[in-house]
Design a protein around this ligand. Structure first.
Ligand code: FMN
Length: 352
C-alpha cells in the first residue's frame, strides 16, 4: 500500500475491538480481520521486528527484499527490523539504517515487493544507544528520528514503529533514580521524556495514524524492577494517548528466552491506552487465538515462528506443522542460510 492508497483509506471506519460488529472466529481468532486505523488487515498475525545483521554496511540488500517478500501476505502487517536513525555504534554488525539517500533508495524496492503482495509494512526506527543523553544529544536525536520517519515514508513504508523496548529510549533516569517504593511522577516524566519528545516530532512529521511505539514493561534490566517497569509503562501508555498514535506494541518477555511469562498481563495497558494494542513474546498459535478471542490484544506479533515460517499465516490457517528455527543462524551474515531458505508448505509439498 503506497502513500496515495494510504490517504484514500485514512478516514475509513473506527478501530474494531472484540465487542464490535466483526464477529470473531473464536477458534481461529487470529484469522479475523482488523481495522488498524487506516489499514484494513485481513488477519491478526504480525511479523515482529527482527534484527538479522544481513545489511552490509547498513544498506538493505536484494536478500532483504526476498526475506520480507516471502513473509508478506495480503492484508498482513509486517514490522521491519530495527533500523538505525543515525550512524552509531551497535552491538550488532550490519544492521540497516534509514538516514542516507543510498539507504532510502535501497529500502524502496524492498517496500515495493511487500506492497506488491498487498501487505502493510512499518519500519522500526531505532537508536542503538542505551545511556542517558545530554540535552544537546537529545535535541539531535529527536531530529534524527524525525528525518528517519520522513525518509521511511519516502521509501514507501506505511508507517513507523519507534523502538522503546529492551532499554532503548525509555527508563534511563529510572535506573539511576528509582527508590524502594513506587515512582515519583517527576521520575516517570524524566524516564519517558526522550521517548515522548521523539513521538511528538515523528507524529508532527508523518501523522499520528502512521506511528506505533514498542516497549517492554516485563523485561528487567540493570536495576529496574518489573513492578517499576509496569508502573512506568502505564505512565507511558497514558502519556501516548495525547499523541493519538496508532498502536502500542507491548513486549511480554525477553526475546532470547523461550519461556513465555504467563503472568504478564495486558490489562494495565488495555485500560490506559486508547489506541490498538499489539503484543508479542512466546506466543504459539493456540495462545494467539486465545489472546485475541478474550480481547487481551488486537494483534499478536510473532518473531521466531515467522522467521522460520515464511508462510506463517497460511500454516496457522491450515493448522499445519511448523519449521523449527535455527538459533545459530539468527544473526549470521549469510544471505541465504537461516534467512531466505526456510521452506514454505508448498515447497515442502506437504499434504495437510
Ligand atoms: C533474531 C531476533 C532479532 C530480534 N530483533 C529485534 C529488533 O530488531 N527489534 C525488536 O524490537 N525486537 C527484536 N526481537 C524481539 C522480537 O521482536 C520478539 O519480540 C521476540 O522474538 C519474542 O517473540 P517470539 O517469542 O514470537 O519470538 C528480535 C528477536 C529475535 C529472535
Amino acid at each position: 500500500m503506497g502513500l496515495e492508497s494510504w490517504m484514500l483509506v485514512e478516514d475509513q471506519g473506527a478501530k474494531l475491538s472484540p465487542d464490535s460488529d466483526i464477529k470473531l472466529n473464536q477458534e481461529q481468532a487470529l484469522l479475523t480481520p482488523y481495522q488498524l486505523g487506516p489499514f484494513a488487515l485481513s488477519h491478526r498475525i504480525v511479523h515482529a521486528p527482527m534484527t538479522r545483521c544481513r545489511c552490509d554496511g547498513g544498506v538493505p540488500h536484494p536478500a532483504t527484499l526476498l526475506y520480507y517478500a516471502q513473509r508478506a501476505s495480503s492484508g498482513g502487517l509486517l514490522i521491519g527490523e530495527a533500523t538505525q536513525v543515525m550512524a552509531s555504534e551497535s552491538e550488532y554488525p550490519d544492521v540497516p539504517g534509514i538516514y542516507t539517500q543510498e539507504q532510502v533508495d535501497a529500502w524502496r524496492p524492498v517496500v515495493k515487493a511487500v506492497h506488491d503482495k498487498n501487505a502493510i509494512f512499518f519500519s522500526q526506527l531505532w537508536h542503538s544507544g542505551r545511556s542517558k543523553l545530554s540535552g544537546c544529544e537529545q535535541r539531535i536525536l529527536v531530529q534524527k528520528f524525525r528525518c528517519a520517519a520522513r525518509n521511511s515514508i519516502m521509501a514507501g513504508f506505511d508507517g513507523v514503529e519507534i523502538h522503546g523496548a529492551h532499554g532503548y529510549l525509555v527508563g534511563h533516569e529510572l535506573v539511576r533514580e528509582h527508590g524502594e517504593s513506587g515512582l515519583e511522577s517527576s521520575v516517570q516524566q524524566n524516564a519517558c521524556r526522550d521517548a515522548l519528545e521523539i513521538v511528538g516530532a515523528v507524529v508532527e512529521e508523518i501523522g499520528a495514524s502512521r506511528v506505533g511505539f514498542r516497549f517492554s514493561p516485563y523485561t528487567e534490566y540493570e536495576e529496574a524492577k518489573t513492578s517499576d517497569q509496569i508502573e512506568l509503562g502505564v505512565f507511558l501508555a497514558k502519556a501516548l494517548n495525547k499523541y493519538n498514535i496508532l498502536y502500542i506494541h507491548v513486549l511480554e518477555s525477553r526475546s532470547t528466552t523461550v519461556a513465555h511469562d504467563k503472568n504478564a498481563t495486558m490489562e494495565p495497558f488495555r485500560n490506559n491506552f486508547k489506541g490498538s494494542l499489539v503484543t508479542a513474546g512466546g506466543y504459539t498459535r493456540e495462545e494467539g487465538n486465545a489472546a485475541i478471542a478474550c480481547g487481551r490484544a488486537d494483534l499478536i506479533a510473532y518473531g521466531r515462528l515467522f522467521l522460520s515460517n515464511p508462510d506463517l499465516p497460511k500454516r496457522f490457517e491450515l493448522k499445519a506443522p511448523l519449521n523449527s528455527y535455527d538459533r545459530g543462524t539468527f544473526y549470521n551474515n549469510s544471505k541465504v542460510k537461516g534467512y531466505t531458505d526456510y521452506p514454505t508448505l508448498e515447497e515442502l509439498n506437504l499434504k495437510i
